[in-house]
Design a protein around this ligand. Structure first.
Ligand code: F6P
Ligand code: MN
Length: 330
């Protein structure tokens, strides 16, 4: 088998003349290199004192884990000096992080969830890193929060790494979705899924069932009908999976189809997941693989954001099931 590295893939994409510029190529390579360093830290676990809480809280009042902070630091340090970024936004930081003045400022904005699935860190279950790249709007000087408030349809690249039994990198630059597997000995991401394609139909759903008493009527109806199985209106049995790391649940969906839901409900009125660095990048990856991503009713990528850390309901995956949920919202 001919081995195509991430570098080769990006150079080929650049030659095709789509979103990939030399600067964006550098950006993606730098993020991928940071993910390798995070993967290494995750793998060391207790041997390198990586587990447990840091004793601090992030902007949303969630307890930060040591690995949340380490991953955030790795991504910032890796991206500061290359001249490809104007600023970064992270789940772990309240305000945008501007690049140091002694480095040139670049044309892109990077948004990250440095370590997704934090509740799984200490229990040796897959976790990951999510990233989204937006163009820095011309004439926004100084670069600040407003520069980032663009709909997800403006993304020029997005993806995520999963630190699981293998470390994988899923990527879209707007020309389909591809996946790479980390070859640890060589230190390269190797293209192992050149054309991810999500089946339109599925019989597998992912939702945190413990929230069921808080669901809205359309979500409750959809899940009830799945649970009724062969004897209900759907006429087929459904299976359920919930890893509780979005990266792992979405990776399963791009591998074998499925529908993933973290809907807005009476407890999480705006939804639980963050629009700018969780829902948007995942929606871009899913759509580029032939799937669909909504907040239940609206296409995620069309949502005009009003705040950096805003939350949103998420329903994504196999397009016929996502459409079924949307129909129940009409
Ligand atoms: O980042 C938020 C997150 O950890 C996602 O990765 C995951 O899908 C979700 O929260 C899990 O939520 P819960 O703890 O309600 O199962
Ligand atoms: Mn997350």
């Amino acid at each position: 088998m001919k081995r195509i590295t991430l570098t080769q893939y990006l150079i080929e994409q650049q030659r095709l003349g789509g979103n990939v510029t030399p600067e964006l190529r550098l950006l993606i390579e730098v993020v991928a290199r940071a993910c390798k360093a995070i993967s290494h830290a995750v793998n060391k676990g207790a041997l390198a004192d990586m587990l447990g809480t840091a004793g601090s809280e992030n902007v949303q009042g969630e307890a930060q884990k040591k690995l949340d902070i380490i991953s955030n630091d790795i991504l910032i340090e890796a991206n500061e000096w290359g001249g490809h970024l104007a600023a970064m936004v992270s789940e772990e930081m309240e305000h945008p992080h501007l690049m140091p003045e002694h480095y040139p400022s670049g044309a892109y904005l990077l948004l990250i969830d440095p370590l997704d699935g934090s509740s799984n860190i200490d229990v040796n279950v897959s976790i990951g890193t999510i990233f989204s790249v937006l163009p820095c709007p011309a004439g926004t000087d100084p670069v600040g929060e407003r520069s980032f408030l663009q709909p997800g349809s403006n993304q020029v690249a997005a993806g995520f790494a999963v630190y699981g039994p293998a470390t994988m990198l899923v990527l879209t630059v707007g020309n389909g979705t591809v996946a790479f597997t980390l070859d640890r000995e060589v230190g390269s991401f190797i293209l192992t899924e050149p054309a991810v394609s999500i089946s339109a139909d599925t019989a597998e759903f992912a939702i945190n069932m413990s929230n069921s008493r808080n669901w809205t009527a359309p979500i409750a109806r959809y899940i009830d009908e799945c649970l009724a199985g062969k004897t209900g209106v759907r006429g087929k049995d459904f299976n359920m999976r919930w890893v509780a790391s979005m990266v792992a649940d979405v990776y399963r969906i791009i591998s074998r189809g499925g529908i993933f839901m973290y809907p807005a409900d009476s407890k999480y009125k705006e939804g639980r997941l963050r629009l700018m660095y969780e829902a948007n990048p995942m929606a871009f990856v899913i759509e580029q693989a032939g799937g669909a991503a909504t907040d239940g009713a609206r296409r995620i990528l069309d949502i005009e954001p009003s705040a950096l850390h805003q939350r949103v309901g998420v329903v994504l995956g196999s397009r016929n099931e996502v459409e079924q949920v949307r129909q129940y919202h009409l």
